[in-house]
Structures are given as C-alpha cells and as structure tokens.
Write a protein that binds this ligand. Structure first.
Ligand SMILES: [Fe+2]
Length: 597
C-alpha cells in the first residue's frame, strides 16, 4: 500500500513509513474573521466540504506561513479554514503535533479536539508541531481534520506533523529517542531533555538530563578501556534520595584528554530491585596541554525556529573535528519555549547525528554545547530557564594551553526602567560586581596566567555602540583587558550581537567586514573606548545583515590561530584569516571590505 506521510524531521522518515494512516491533501479557505464561524469549520470536519475559493497547499518542514499563500494578512481581522483528511486502515488512535501563530481550534470528524481561542497561544508562544500534542480517534476509512486559524502579529504560521506509533519508536539506546519523548511526554520513564554536556574542563564534565517524570537517577562511568566503574550516586536531600526531573551530574577528577563512557540508571522503587539502565553516553574530556584544537561558533540565531535548527546542524557539519560548539547568545528574540529555544534548536541540533553515529560507532562522544547569554536571552517568560539548565552564565576553562573566558554582558537596556517590561525584573548591579570579583580571581589563577593564549567570548562587542553595553563591559572587566597595561593580555575577543560580521586589529587600526553600508554608522566608536582596545576582535553575524547567519571556526596551532567565517547554511567561506602574535590579520581569502573610520 502506498503511504504518504509528512515527516517531523527528515531523519525520522523511515520510521513514519511504517505507520498505517495516510494524510491527504491540504486545502485552505480564507475569510474575514466574522465570516468564518467555528460551526463552519466543525462542519468541514464532518463532510470535508469547503467554500468555493479554497486552494491546495503543502507544508515544508511541517510548517507553512499562510501569509505566503494569501500574500498578505491583517492581525485580528481574518481567519482561515484549513482542512485535510487522514485515511486509516482500521479504527485506531493517532497522535498529532500542531501549532499556530496565534489562534487555533482543531476539529476531527465533527468534534472539537483542541482550542486556544480566545486567548491565543499562551502556553507555548511558538509555532511548531511541538506546541500541542493531541490524540485523535480515527474511524476506518476517511477522517476529516479541520482547523480554524487566525494570525498573530508576527506571522500566520501553521505547523503540523503526524506521529509514529509507539511501536515504531527507536530502541532505548537510540539517541534520537529524545525527540520522540519530547513529543510524547506521557511515555513511561522518558527523557524530556536528552543528556547534554554544558560545562567541561580538562578534568571535569557536567552531564545533565531531564526526565518527563520525577526519577531517582544515578550515573555509572569509567574511562574507556578501564574495568572499574565509578558511581555518581543520586542526590540526597536530608538523607532522602531525591526524585526529580532535572538532574545535573558534576563528574570531577577525570583524566584529561580521555574518552569516558557512562550509564544512566533509574533506581527502581521496589526494594531489592536492580537499577534500570536508561541510556549509555560517551564523552571526551578536554586536553590539559598542547595548542592544537578547534572550536565551532555561531550566535544570534533569531530566525524562524526550524531555520535556526538547520543552521546549527549546518554549522556543526563545517567543523567535524571541533572540541565543542559555542553559541554567542541570543538564541531567539525571547525565551518563550525553553525546550525549543535552548534544546531542540541548539543543543539537540549540535548532537543531531548522535544516534546515527553511535549506531555505527558506539564510542562516538557527545559534543559539549556552551551557550553564552545574550541580551535577548534575558527576555521572555521563561528566560530564567537558562540558569536552570546551564547554571552559570559566565565561566572559564582551558583547552590545552588556550584559556577561554566567557562573560555575561547582560541586557543592553538599562534595568528597572519601569515602563519597559523587558528588564523590569532585572538588576545587574550586584550581578556585575559578582562577575567582576570572579573575573579578578580567574585572571590571577595559574590556569590563566600560564596559558599560552587567551580568548574572551562575550555577546557584546567591545565596540558596541550601545552605551549601556559599554558601561556593562566596563563594570565587569574594569582594567582587566583594556588600556595600555591590561592586567590580563588577551589574544582575541569574539562577540556577536551586531548582526553583521566584521573584524578589527589594533596593529593597523583597521576594520574589515561584510559590505553593509550601515556598518560604519552602527559602530560609531567613541574614540576613548577604542584607544583602550589593544587586542584584535572578531564579530559573528546574525539575521538582518547582508547574510542570514554565519559561523566561526577557530583553529589553534602552536604558532597562531585561523579564523574561518562561513555563510550558514551554505558553508561558503566569507573570510579566512590567520592571527599570529601582534601581527595584523593575514588574509587567506575574504569577501570583507575595509570600513574606514
Ligand atoms: Fe544581542
């Protein structure tokens, strides 16, 4: 039997082919809001009859902006009736995922199965198939599914995906399971968030995971090849083993530059029962000496959610040997759906091929994903989830003889501006004091002082034209990096935020970047501040400039480092430069132009 299905992600396609239902054609009819009643839409889900003027359309990556079909839309003034059929071989239940920007009601065979009207998409303000997961009761034969959709102010996105039956879920050891589990959180003992590494040094790793239900979890781990398993026991609270959803395991005293395997186990609640193995993972510790390594960087991924995910996947593909992935902050405009914004689009995308890889080679390691915090990551109802999942937003670590310092440059808008809900609840005064104290300790530490190279990563550029950002940087860093005699000489500052790629070197006081006319205006540096910058810096791109997104591959060798700036997702090299001690950038290939001061 020929089966046509729309897939969640291309990698799940083989599983969907086993399902025993078929999705029919999609049709849409547009009408003014007051001319399309819920009754009409409900009737279409009984008989499949749409008013004259309905047109066929298709979904791409489970998504379609209805505005693209109609050519325009007016927020609050119109509505669409969307219809499709689901043909089932027999009476059955089927799971679907759907979402809409902004108002939706769903009807199946004459019954309303879900509605967020009149409030709109208040819980998950995203518009992906992850937003609402529904179970439909299907009859044998043709079933009608219809939607009443009204647009939001930003788009008229509609998302839909059909889920595979639980029998077709991957086995427990399959790393892709995390994706299914987030779509079907009612599954027993499943990961809500697949294991991830968000902090790492040469001798420590933080491995975190979130379960759908509260669980008591322990971790067994060993250096690959060793026959001695070590145990990280579950957390105890006042003597009681803690059952909880989110688990952070801080593994310490590890051997640098080594491969480790670990087994995640859930403790059975029955006395005497053995712990149940849930998942095996492999990770590498960082080297504690040597210069040769690379990291892959992107940031400002404030694009449509599915584009963001594809961009991160494309970024990682350009640097398969990278020791870690670094995001420079601003994962989205605001954190509305932390699972989507931090994990589905970023952390999971970094490890998207993990399942395939461990199938072919069980020793494939998880790639650490380090997420800086940008100004937009302070915004949104769920912005606090950053610390829940990643704990500290500023940190330092060493990869071999290279020392990395990650700063949190905060919001770009002054805090406590009463009318500005963005930052009303934030107060950075104490936070920046804490960060400065920490930074002073860090730059005085032997790890920093004995390093042969020092890299600062921050969301804000040292040349940022936002006055408030500059003040924040001054408050955090003081005279640590700036001025004639900085306390800590750094070799490079990498930043994002500005949404156009450029680089600056103090040796010849030149600035090169993409050919965007507003770049010079955007920078508009105050001379005072520029004088203090005696280190080169490189800024990554984001949407809104000449290109959509770019990535930076930073490759170290004993004599210097190479920076390769690529267009994402095409992977085309935009700028390839080499940086050696106190010399201007050595350009190997570039489309950048000089921007005169
Ligand atoms: Fe930003």
């Amino acid at each position: 039997m020929k089966i046509k299905l729309l897939c969640f992600f291309s990698l799940l396609l083989p599983l969907l082919l086993n399902a025993n239902v078929t999705i029919g054609k999609w049709r849409v009819f547009f009408a003014p809001k007051d001319k399309l009643t819920a009754e009409q839409v409900c009737n279409a889900s009984r008989n499949g009859i749409l008013p004259a003027g309905a047109v066929e359309f298709t979904l791409k990556n489970n998504l379609r902006n209805l505005k693209d079909i109609r050519g325009y839309y007016h927020f609050g003034k119109e509505a669409a009736l969307v219809h499709t059929t689901i043909t089932a071989r027999e009476k059955c239940k089927v799971r679907i995922g759907t979402g809409c920007d902004w108002f939706m009601s769903v009807f199946c065979n004459g019954k309303m199965v879900m509605s967020n009207e009149p409030d709109g998409s208040t819980v998950y303000t995203s518009h992906t198939e992850m937003d609402y997961q529904l179970t439909l009761d299907l009859n044998a034969g043709t079933n009608h599914l219809s939607f009443r959709l009204r647009p939001g102010s930003a788009s008229w996105d509609f998302a839909f995906a059909l889920a595979p039956s639980p029998a077709n879920w991957p086995k427990e050891t399959d790393g892709r399971r995390g994706f299914f589990q987030r779509l079907f959180p009612d599954a027993e003992r499943t990961f809500y968030i697949f294991p991830y590494i968000s902090d790492i040094t040469p001798d420590s790793v933080r491995l975190s995971m979130e379960f759908s239900d509260e669980e008591a979890v322990q971790l067994r781990y060993r250096k690959m090849g060793s026959n001695k398993w070590l145990l990280h026991a579950p957390e105890l609270r006042e003597g009681l083993i803690s059952r909880k959803k989110l688990h952070h395991f801080e593994l310490k005293n590890l051997v640098p530059a080594s491969r480790y395997e670990c087994i995640i186990e859930v403790l059975a609640q029955k006395y005497g029962a053995k712990p149940v193995e849930i998942q095996r993972c492999v990770f590498n510790t960082l080297p504690d000496r040597g210069m040769k390594h690379s990291v892959i960087i992107t940031g400002d991924t404030q694009v449509r959610p599915y584009i963001c995910r594809e961009a991160v996947i494309a970024t990682c593909k350009t640097a398969p040997d990278a020791a870690m992935f670094i995001h420079l902050g601003d994962v989205q405009h605001s954190i509305k759906n932390p699972v989507r914004d931090f994990f589905r689009n970023i952390v999971d995308a970094v490890n998207v091929n993990y399942a395939e890889k461990i199938k072919n080679n069980p020793e494939t390691p998880l790639l650490p994903a380090i997420l800086l915090r940008g100004n937009h990551d302070f915004r949104g109802k769920y912005s606090e989830y950053y610390t829940r999942y990643f704990r500290k937003a500023y940190r330092a670590f060493r990869i071999g003889d290279v020392f990395y310092i990650i700063l949190d440059t905060g919001e770009m808008i002054p805090e406590c501006r009463q009318k500005n809900a963005v930052t009303y609840y934030n107060d950075f005064t104490e936070y920046f004091k804490q960060q400065r104290k920490w930074l002073e300790e860090v730059i005085a530490s032997p790890e920093c002082r004995t390093a042969k190279r020092r890299i600062v990563l921050a969301h804000a550029t040292p040349l940022a034209n936002e006055k408030h950002f500059r003040k924040s940087i001054e408050k955090i860093t003081g005279n640590a990096f700036f001025g004639e005699n900085p306390k800590c000489k750094i070799d490079l500052w990498i930043a994002g935020h500005v949404h156009t790629a450029y680089r600056y070197h103090p040796a010849n006081n030149t600035l090169h970047g993409l050919n965007v006319p507003w770049l010079r205006h955007l920078l508009n540096p105050e001379k005072q501040f520029l004088k203090g910058i005696n280190f080169p810096f490189y800024v990554n791109d984001g949407p809104g400039g000449e290109i959509t997104l770019s990535s930076l591959e930073l490759k170290h060798d004993p004599d210097g480092m190479e920076i390769i700036c690529r267009d994402i997702p095409s992977g085309k090299v935009l700028d390839h430069v080499r940086l050696e001690d106190n010399k201007p950038f050595i350009v190997k290939k570039s489309v950048f132009v000089e921007h005169k001061w």
